[in-house]
Design a protein around this ligand. Structure first.
Ligand SMILES: Nc1nc2c(c(=O)[nH]1)N[C@H]1C(S)=C(S)[C@@H](COP(=O)(O)O)O[C@H]1N2
Ligand SMILES: [Mo]
Length: 387
């Protein structure tokens, strides 16, 4: 998400409250659900986003499977949503390469394929009160980006890989020194070194089905470990350049502005949204004959532990359900809540990474001194009533 004016979000804030998620009878394997449990509604469930940018946002209260089914997988688009006629579609690989390539979908499918399970999160997720479900976990089938780039043969002066989408819009740039409107395709780039990472893949299949139009048919980039914006949909061209690329989605939107401290001095830093950050959320509270349970997810970095704090209590360690795991997928955790007192409670989670990082509190300078909504990985507090 990008050009959404704050006003628009606030305007929707008084609108209809999202319907209470009902208990789902179907359970996938890797989820700590219990027979006969009911979901307690969050008291602070935000209203529906109501913005055409973003659809099918994840309903945390209904989370009952590790893999997010395609019909429940969020999607975000900045420009139009192209519907591509596959027979006439080709992927071009050009710019500073020795051998420009032009590949059909059949050519790409004929290449060695592999599966990657990756939790894709929009960097705007939790950046606005009503945008809290821009995330999903899917199994992507794909072919290696690095192998394709090697085949094309990047020239010595090539340092930047630009991923061009088919979607297009009129991008206005107006400031003290510029006043233009550009009819532009969606475009994001990566340094050649980042692009050559073997985890990056050109994906044509999602959870066992062809990519849907909404998710980027016929081909998208999947960049495990990177925020959603890097995962360019409706790919039509991969271009190698000899300098940094500064499109709307690289250098203006999706730029985080943060006041940082350097030896006691404030440094204002502007950084392009890139790799994912450590994060967790409490997804839902359930009740069954066995008692109350808080469950949630954690992702964005290799997760070591997740802790939960109820009201102003101590941080308590949670238990993982690791019956299904993958390097770039969220980990599902839960905490049995022995005997909650009647009334309202606050539930906060924090993830701790394998390298010892702790998901920041909302008043941590990392979050409190951030002036833009992207990369909002602060601790999430939810409110619930035990009746
Ligand atoms: N071509 C193109 N790719 C795109 C976008 C877009 O608008 N156009 N949106 C990006 C953003 S901001 C996100 S969060 C992810 C969302 O992927 P999904 O729609 O498949 O969930 O796609 C990314 N790739
Ligand atoms: Mo996004």
């Amino acid at each position: 998400m990008t050009t959404l004016p704050r006003r628009q979000f606030l305007a929707t804030a008084g609108a209809a409250v999202a319907a209470l998620a009902t208990f789902h009878a179907r359970f996938a394997q890797a989820f700590p659900s219990r027979t006969g449990e009911t979901v307690l509604p969050w008291l602070d469930q935000p209203p529906a986003l109501g913005d055409p940018c973003c659809d099918t946002l994840l309903d945390w209260e209904a989370l009952d499977s590790w893999i997010t089914p395609n019909d429940k997988f969020f999607f975000v688009s900045h420009f139009n949503r192209p519907i591509i006629n596959e027979p006439s579609w080709k992927l071009e690989v050009d710019g500073l390469v020795n051998t420009p390539l032009s590949l059909t979908l059949a050519d790409l499918k004929a290449r060695p394929s592999k599966e990657t399970i990756f939790t894709l999160e929009c960097s705007g997720n939790h950046g606005f009160p009503s945008f809290v479900g821009g995330i999903g976990n899917a199994k992507w089938v794909d072919t290696s980006l690095a192998d394709l780039l090697k085949e094309a043969g990047v020239k010595d002066d090539g340092i930047e890989v630009v991923f061009w989408g088919t979607d297009v819009g009129d991008v206005a740039l107006k400031d003290d020194i510029r006043d233009v409107i550009m009819h532009q395709n969606f475009a994001r780039s990566m340094s050649l070194a980042d692009a050559m990472n073997p985890n990056n893949i050109l994906c044509y299949e999602m959870n066992g089905a062809a990519l849907s139009d909404a998710h980027g048919f016929p081909l998208r980039l999947i960049a495990p470990g990177w925020y959603g914006i890097a995962n360019v949909k409706w790919l039509k061209r991969i271009e190698i350049r000899d300098r940094r690329f500064m499109s709307l989605l690289m250098g203006r939107n999706y730029v985080t502005i943060r006041e940082e401290d350097h030896n006691g001095e404030t440094v204002w830093a502007e950084t392009s949204v890139g790799r994912t950050l450590l994060k967790s959320v409490p997804a839902r509270v359930t009740h069954s004959d066995a008692g109350y349970r808080i469950s949630g997810a954690a992702w964005g970095a290799p997760i070591d532990t997740v802790e939960v704090r109820i009201d102003d209590g101590d941080w308590q360690p949670t238990t993982f359900d690791d019956s299904e795991t993958a390097e770039f997928a969220w980990r599902i955790w839960y905490l049995d809540w022995a005997s909650p007192t009647l009334g309202e409670h606050e539930v906060t989670s924090r993830a701790i990474s394998k390298s010892g990082q702790i998901q920041p509190a909302m008043d941590d300078p990392w979050i409190a001194k951030k002036h833009t909504y992207w990369e909002s990985n602060g601790q999430v507090t939810r409110h619930i009533a035990i009746t």
